[in-house]
Design a protein around this ligand. Structure first.
Ligand code: HEC
Length: 150
């Protein structure tokens, strides 16, 4: 009978075909995974600008310059802002380290000195031109000058 020959052909074919199928399935799965990765990457790149993190932005982990926390010391403010005039007596500014320059001014009372330092008086500019200085920082720098002018 012939059917037996057909059987053997089928069984001969079965093994390679099933191997091929397994290989194809594996290929499909790996292709699918790659496609998913690419889709994700593309979706990431096509995000609206608001959601994207551009290079140099905080969210990109770029170094962020944070304003020094806490108030600057009287010495820091004096050195960076007030010394320009008060170290040399420029425009008639009372000099640091010259007690005589301060005696008459101190007679007005400390609060007046603070107020003049914050609001300015004559050639003394408001806040000594330190526009980002808080009132407290200005007062601390006045204290620093007075402490060093005794
Ligand atoms: C551009 C120059 C200049 C800078 C900068 C400056 N000062 Fe003066 N300052 C003056 C002059 C000039 C006077 C004298 C003003 C007057 O009495 O006519 C003065 C006076 C003062 C007085 C005395 C005020 C009074 O009532 O007698 C204080 C206090 C003072 N400055 C604090 C400061 C402090 C604090 C800073 C820095 C934060 C500063 N100044 C920066 C020019 C300056």
């Amino acid at each position: 009978m012939l059917p037996s020959r057909e059987d053997s052909t089928v069984s001969q074919l079965k093994r390679p075909v099933s191997l091929l199928c397994a290989a194809l399935a594996g290929l499909l799965i790996s292709t699918a995974a790659t496609t998913a990765d690419l889709t994700e990457a593309m979706r990431e790149r096509l995000k609206p600008a608001g959601e994207l993190c551009m290079a140099g932005e905080d969210c990109a982990g770029a170094p962020v310059v944070v304003a020094a926390s806490g108030p600057r010391s009287g010495e820091e403010v004096y050195t960076s802002k007030c010394a320009t005039c008060h170290a040399t007596g420029l425009s008639g500014a009372p000099k640091i380290g010259a007690p005589a320059d301060w005696t008459a001014r101190l007679d007005q009372g400390l609060e007046v000195l603070y107020t003049h330092a914050i609001e300015g008086i004559n050639a003394m500019p408001a806040k000594g031109l330190c526009m980002d200085c808080s009132d407290e920082e200005i007062k601390a720098s006045v204290d620093y000058m007075l402490d060093n002018s005794k």
